[in-house]
Design a binder for this molecule. Structure first.
Ligand code: SAM
Length: 283
C-alpha cells in the first residue's frame, strides 16, 4: 500500500492508528524495498516479521517465495492481513503480543524444523530495546534488519569512548554485531512520527556458550549498569558501592588498566573479564 491507499484504508475503515501500538505506517516504496533487500533473503528461507501493520514490508517479502511468519498485535490489522494474503499458503500470521511470547516456541508450532530465521521489521519504537533482548534470547534468529529510532540506533552501535556508549550498548555489543545501514526521514510514514529512524542490521556473535544463560545475562547487565552508574566517576568509584575497593584496585593493576579508568573506555569483553575476576554477584 502506498500513501494514497493507506489513507483510503484508514478513512474507509474509520481506522484510528494507535499511538500505544506505535502505528506509523511506511509509505515509501523505495525504502520498503531497501529494507527487504538488506535482508538478502533467498527462496525457501524462513523470515519473521514483527508488526506487519497494513503489509508495507510483507507484500515485498512475499514476492521472494519465502516462508513468512508474522506477529501482529492489533486485531483490526490482523483481520485485514488475513484477508489480504488469504491466497498465500507460505504466510503464517499470528495475532499475538510479540513481547509476551517465546518466539522460537511460536515458530516451532508452525514448523518444528525451523533452525534458522531472519527477522525483518519496522518496529514500534517504544518496545525496540525489549525486542532487541528477544533477538538476543532467540536461538534461531541469525540476523535481523530492523528500523528503530535514530537515537536508539546510535546507542546500539556506539563505539567505546563516545558519548552514546553506555551500559546498554556494551551489553548488546557483547552478544550482537550492530551495523547502521541508512537513515529514514519521518515524511516516509503515515502518520509521520516525531523522530527520525535508522535501519540497522543485527547479527549474532559466536561466543562462549556459558555467557548465554538468562542468569549470566542478568549478572552481566547488573555489572555493566553498576560500572556506568555515574559516567563522570571512575570505574573504581562506581564499583566500590558493592565491591571491595582494594580488590578492584588489584584487578585493574593486574589487567594493566589505569586506576582512573572509566567504564566508557572499556570494551564489553574487558568488562566481563573484570566482572568474573571480581566475582561480582548481584543478589
Ligand atoms: N510494518 C508496518 C509498516 O512498516 O508500515 C507497520 C509498522 S508500525 C511502526 C508497528 C506495527 O507493530 C503496527 O502494526 C502495530 O500494531 C504492531 N505492534 C505494536 N506492538 C506490537 C507487539 N507487541 N507485538 C506485535 N505487533 C505489535
Amino acid at each position: 500500500m502506498g500513501l494514497r491507499e493507506i489513507n483510503k484504508f484508514l478513512e474507509d475503515k474509520k481506522f484510528i492508528p494507535s499511538k500505544k501500538m506505535g502505528q506509523n505506517f511506511l509509505v515509501n516504496e523505495k525504502i520498503k524495498k531497501m529494507i527487504v533487500s538488506a535482508a538478502k533473503i533467498n527462496k525457501n528461507d524462513w523470515v519473521l516479521e514483527i508488526g506487519p501493520g497494513t503489509g508495507a514490508i510483507t507484500s515485498i517479502l512475499l514476492t521472494y517465495k519465502i516462508k513468512l511468519v508474522a506477529f501482529e498485535l492489533d486485531k483490526r490489522l490482523f483481520s485485514l492481513l488475513e484477508k489480504k494474503y488469504s491466497s498465500y499458503n507460505n504466510f503464517f500470521l499470528v495475532n499475538v503480543d510479540a513481547l509476551k511470547i517465546n518466539w522460537d516456541d511460536q515458530i516451532h508450532i508452525i514448523n518444528s524444523k525451523v533452525d534458522n530465521i531472519t527477522l525483518v521489521a519496522n518496529l514500534p519504537y517504544s518496545i525496540s530495546s525489549l525486542l532487541v533482548f528477544k533477538i538476543l534470547n532467540s536461538k534461531i534468529i541469525n540476523k535481523a534488519i530492523i528500523m528503530v529510532q535514530k537515537e536508539m540506533a546510535d546507542r546500539l552501535a556506539a563505539k567505546v569512548n563516545t558519548k552514546d556508549y553506555n551500559a546498554f550498548s556494551a551489553l548488546i555489543q557483547l552478544f550482537l554485531d550492530i551495523k547502521k545501514l541508512f537513515l529514514v526521514d519521518s515524511k516516509n510514514f503515515s502518520p509521520p512520527p516525531k523522530v527520525k529512524s535508522t535501519v540497522i542490521e543485527i547479527t549474532k556473535k559466536t561466543l562462549d556458550n556459558s555467557l548465554y544463560t538468562i542468569k549470566e545475562i542478568d549478572r552481566i547487565n547488573a555489572f555493566f549498569k553498576l560500572s556506568f552508574l555515574n559516567r563522570r566517576k571512575t570505574l573504581i568509584n562506581n564499583l566500590a558501592k558493592t565491591i571491595n575497593k582494594k580488590l578492584i584496585i588489584d584487578k585493574l593493576k593486574e589487567n594493566n588498566l589505569d586506576l582512573n579508568t572509566r567504564a566508557e573506555q572499556l570494551n564489553p569483553i574487558t568488562l566481563v573479564k573484570l566482572m568474573k575476576e571480581l566475582n561480582f554477584n548481584y543478589d
